[in-house]
Design a binder for this molecule. Structure first.
Ligand code: 5GP
Length: 191
């Protein structure tokens, strides 16, 4: 492939349907590849190293910060670090792929600043905080303390929505997907 790829960022406050939307995108667009982030949080059941995340020890993550290996990184949820690896994104872009980043808001704003028009940033917004709470509770992967932390974080994240290229309300998942899909198609076909 001669073409150099571009970056797409999908952001949604925890539980905002992002994972499902991303999965559908990968199914539909074979030129779209997932940027595997690094993190110091432990793997959840079913998560694989190198596929969902690169699971790193704190010292290794810190070493990578020193080496300037991250395009951006953030620390949250009681000290856990998450970062986008420069090598991971470059490798895929240089192979001509579009790269999908599933990261939180601040990281997304930083990446958008780096890539400008070569980046599409989409913010998936839950219809309300109550709906978000319900969705997180139904998912059942969090204890009460983590749930509270995630909700607090979601509220903060919502205040960043207007810094994104497009805000899509996830009331109905199929409708939200259509909107995401259209935005992605338009972006991919733009020179
Ligand atoms: P989780 O622990 O549920 O996998 O992810 C928690 C949050 O970290 C999610 O909002 C996810 O999008 C975000 N995240 C994952 N990777 C990165 C990254 O490389 N950088 C930033 N800034 N956030 C990330």
């Amino acid at each position: 492939m001669d073409r150099k790829g571009k970056v797409i960022i999908l952001v949604a406050p925890s539980g905002g349907g992002k994972t499902t939307l991303a999965r559908r995108l990968f199914k539909e667009f074979e030129d779209l590849k997932f940027s595997v982030s690094a993190t110091t949080r432990p793997p959840r059941e079913g998560e694989e190293d190198g596929k969902h995340y690169y699971f790193l020890e704190e010292a290794d993550f810190n070493q990578k910060i020193k080496e300037n290996a991250f395009l951006e990184w953030e620390e949250f949820y009681g000290g856990k670090k998450y970062g986008t690896l420069r090598s991971e994104v470059d490798k895929k872009l240089n192979s001509g792929y579009f790269v999908l980043l599933d990261i939180e808001v601040k990281g997304a704003v930083n990446i958008k600043e780096i890539y400008g028009d070569e980046c599409l940033s989409l913010f998936i917004k839950p219809p309300s905080i109550d709906v978000l709470k319900q969705r997180l509770t139904n998912r059942g992967t969090e204890d009460n303390e983590t749930l509270a932390l995630r909700l607090q974080r979601a509220k903060e994240e919502l205040t960043y929505a207007d810094q994104f290229d497009q805000v899509i309300i996830n009331d109905d998942l199929d409708t939200a997907y259509e909107e995401v899909r259209e935005a992605v198609l338009k972006f991919m076909n733009k020179n």
